[in-house]
Structures are given as structure tokens and as C-alpha cells.
Design a binder for this molecule. Sequence first.
Ligand SMILES: *[C@@H]1O[C@H](CO)[C@@H](O)[C@H](O)[C@H]1NC(C)=O
Ligand SMILES: [Ca+2]
Ligand SMILES: [Ca+2]
Ligand SMILES: [Ca+2]
Ligand SMILES: [Ca+2]
Length: 607
Amino acid sequence: MLPARTALWLRLTLVLGLALVGPVTVGWALARAPIYVSSWAVRVSQGYQEAERLARKFGFVNLGQIFPDGQYFHLRHRGVVQHSLTPHWGHRLRLKKDPKVQWFQQQTLRRRVKRSLVVPTDPWFSKQWYMNNQVQPDLNILQVWSQGLSGQGIVVSVLDDGIEKDHPDLWANYDPLASYDFNDYDPDPQPRYTPSDENRHGTRCAGEVAAKANNRFCGAGVAYNARIGGVRMLDGTITDVIEAQSLSLQPQHIHIYSASWGPEDDGRTVEGPGILTREAFRRGVTKGRGGLGTLFIWASGNGGLHYDNCNCDGYTNSIHTLSVGSTTQQGHLPWYSEACASTLTTTYSSGVATDPQIVTTDLHHRCTDKHTGTSASAPLAAGMIALALEANPFLTWRDMQHLVVRASRPAQLQAEDWRTNGVGRQVSHHYGYGLLDAGLLVDMARSWLPTQPQKKCVIPIVHTPTPILPLMHVRKNVSACAGHANYIRSLEHVQVQLSLSYSRRGDLEISLTSPMGTRSTLVAIRPFDISGQGYDNWIFMSTHFWDEDPRGLWTLGLENKGYYFNTGTLYRYTLLLYGTAEDMTARPTGSQCACVARGGQVGGRGW
Ligand SMILES: *[C@@H]1O[C@H](CO)[C@@H](O)[C@H](O)[C@H]1NC(C)=O
Ligand SMILES: [Ca+2]
Ligand SMILES: [Ca+2]
Ligand SMILES: [Ca+2]
Ligand SMILES: [Ca+2]
């Protein structure tokens, strides 16, 4: 089954790849808001005497001439704030009025990057194709390292089957405070060793985030100076208590949790976190990291072979988790990849046997170049997010999602469903907003204006039983809570909560179309899901409407895509909108989206 399906994917992606060449070669606005500093360049006609007079008159310090010809002078003002988003209007006016001043310019910060890239010397770095500039575009991490960022001061914990804490590439960054063993209830998350090395997964994920660089061993982690912990929780009985405890370990100490697990990827399970785990997420985002919110980075799922849909997984589909999908080195869809509307972004991982895989630490103090699957993608994203957090530690959990939306791009990723949403961003159910770019993420993180508090607008739409027709649309004109404190102008997440019965659940395709015309598939057909249980208050989530204006007509689509005689009843349909009253598309250049619709300069790397 695997080879047949793989071949199909390859054929599909090859055809689609050609079709996508056009829209992929778009320009990206890389402009950022200027930051004014307290110094001016001034050109005066009569040289030094005149510059001195100006300095005395307006309270500047004359730092001397800029060129030896004595026309341009460098003046600094002590009374002006060091960094400001606006020019100093008073000085501007005074200099403008002075007849002896021929020209002047308040100086702005110019961030310059040393052209010489910081390239780790680790022996296996040459095999780390997803970040060593071999592939274009890669995750653009070298550029961030060259700015001096490496995850210093950031704490990441990998929730998995343990971590080999004495591994030569991990011990220096290992953080016991970010670690615990909930399988044996002790502080030591060392993996349990078995002949088949089944508990190597956590150690591999940890190395992707924070393997030490420049130590003549293995490769380098994305955030190679971050502190790394491991929670051993997958090697034993898993309960709601154990999940909740793992996700709320040291929430004031750990900044980022990386998790690559969830309900079975068998294509017929519909399951989410229990009461305690939902509470752990809620506490994490409201109280964790001093109230800025814990960052939960989540793998989208490995159920591609079973046509699974990650919107049937309540962990990855939670608004509180930042879900990460995978693409291969060639930008193809990996065979294990699951599509769904809640995926936000994508990083590289493995593909077919001939595709290169991920290089990382392995059990028994070894190194591997064989790490695979969606669970290899989430830790790469966690590492990139650690770099962004080092650049700006004040980002909230929602700021980070906004930034990831803006720092992801379709690049060369191939899928049949790329669409442009209502604010001009391309989005796909396979990849979310596309391949995450660490350079962009960090650049935008530095100048990000904080997002206003989250608003939630709940709109009950169906509450009396209605028969489900073979093709049915439920339309509702929505004001998005206009006139109330929870009015939403710019969307973030959108949820649809449904209770319905259906003779064969997997045959029912459900979609949601926004007033701006963006159609998002909430669940596609799942041929293996023959359940007659329907959906019991299940919450579907889509990130595809991000920044859209939610006012107007929303359309829920229900379509029987399978067995002709399927029947069902829709009992309840509630639309839940999240976002803010701010018009996010009106933000000044540099902090707004780098949308296709807004054009701008083509980036220097020529994607
Ligand atoms: C939705 O309702 C508003 C206010 O009543 C109205 O102005 C608008 O035209 C309606 N839109 C649609 C698509 O019916
Ligand atoms: Ca232990
Ligand atoms: Ca190393
Ligand atoms: Ca799944
Ligand atoms: Ca999520």
C-alpha cells in the first residue's frame, strides 16, 4: 500500500508543482518601521562655528564633522529618548526654521548583519540540509545565528518518552528544572533502554532543538544555547492526570513545550484532551510565562497513510497549541502528512526513502541522520520560536501565532489546495501558511506591536434538530458582536462546534466559508471512519481566516461524499470567533503582514 500511495503523491505533486510556479514567485515586503535615535546629521554652510552655534542654541552636543571638508556635522541630543518610533518633531521644526541649516536628518537604527555567516563547525552540520544553506529556501536559521541569537536564556521542554540527559550533545544544555518523569514519578527522565531502542524519540527531538554547537560532535540544534529538558510521559500508562501534569510542569520556568503525540492516527478516531488537560492548556496560556502564555508547539499528526485529518485530534486542533506540519526537501507532501484547517505552519522533515532526513542526537550517545515524520517538524519549529523569543521575550502566545502566520510562506511547497484568503495570504490545509522562515520570524518579532487582548464572540446558529441533506448549506449573517465589548474586527482562530448524528461519520465533508469568501475544509472524508456515532459537541478549528473581518455571511457546508444512503441529523451548530477589535491589516509597515496583496520589494535571497 505504501509504494502505491507514495507514487500517487509523487505524480500529484509533480503535476501541481508546475502549476504552482507562477504564484510562488511573489515579492515580499521586508520593510520595517524606522526606529529614531537621538542623533542628527546636519549640513551647515559656515562650518565648525555654525555647528557650534546650533549645538548651543538647541541643546545638542557637537560630535564633530562627518567628512573632513567641514560641511556635515554629527549632533547628539541628550534630552531625546534613545529609541523612538517617531521622529522628534520639535527639533525637526527648529532645524527647518534655521536659515543656516541646509539639510539635516535624524538618524535611524540600521540593523546590519555581518556578511560572514556563523557556521557551526560540528562534523555533521554539513548533513543538516534544512538549515545549512544547501537547499533554497531552507529554514533560514544561519541568518539568525549570524545576528548572535542562539536561544540563550530560553527554556524548552520536550514532552515525550524521556531524554538521554548525559548525551555528549545535550548534557551542557540539559535543564533538570525543565524535566520530570511522570511514568515513574521521579525527577530523572532518562529513557528506559530496550533492545529495539523504542524510547529514542524524545532524545532525538531534544537534539533538534538544543544540541550543542561547535563541540566537534554530531550537528547543531536550532537553538543550540537554549536550555533543554525532557518530560518522560509516553513510556507507560497515559491518563488525563499525566498529560495535565506534563503540560503544566514549571510553567514559570519553561517557555516552550514541544509535543509530538496525540490520539491514534488511524483515520477513524475523534478524540481530544480530557478536562484536566484542557485546564492545563488554559492555565498555560493565561498564567504561564508570567502571564504572557506558555508556548505549546504541536506536531500535526502522522496519519496520512490512513487519510486521517488533524481536525479530529483535539490536541493539535486546540487554539492553544501551535500546530506544525511537514514537507520534504523537494517541497513535496510527505506520505505521513495529515491535512487540516488548524495547522499553522510547516518545517522540513523526511519523505520517501531517498529523501534526506533530519540529523539529531540519538540514544547511546550517538548521532543519527534518520529522524523522520511530523514529530521531527515540531521541534524544529520550537527551536525557531526559541530564537524569536530570545529576540523579543515579551511576546504573548498569541503574538507568536500572529508572527508565525506572517513568517511562513508558500515557497516551493506543493499542494493542490493553496488559496488566497480575504487578507491576501496564501494558505493550505497541508501546510498552514507555509514554510517557516526563522530570519523573517526574528525580524518581525523585534518590532512587533503587542496584540490587543483576545476577544471571543459566540454565535449559536442551529439549536433545533434539522435533517442533514446530501448537500446542505447553513448560512448566517453575523455582526461579530458589534456594539459589545467583545466585538471582533480582525479574526484569529475560528471554531465550529457541532453536534450531529450520521450513519457513516467519515463520509461527511464539512466546510466553512467566511464573509470574505475563504473556504476552509473543517474535515475532509476519512474512508476508515465508519463510525455511526456522529460528532458530539466536537470543536473544529480553522486558522485560514486569520486577520479577516468576520462581519457578514458565514456558510457551513455539509456534504455526503460517500455512501449514497447516508442520513443524519444536525442538532447543534455554534460559531466561535476569536480575535481583536483592532484592524490588523491597517498596521503601519514593518509590523503589518508581508502579504502578497501589498506587494513590496523582492527579498534579497530571491526565492
Ligand atoms: C448582513 O446584515 C447587515 C446588517 O443588518 C446588512 O447590512 C448586510 O447587508 C447583511 N449581509 C448579507 C450578506 O446579507
Ligand atoms: Ca526516571
Ligand atoms: Ca554538536
Ligand atoms: Ca491524527
Ligand atoms: Ca493548534
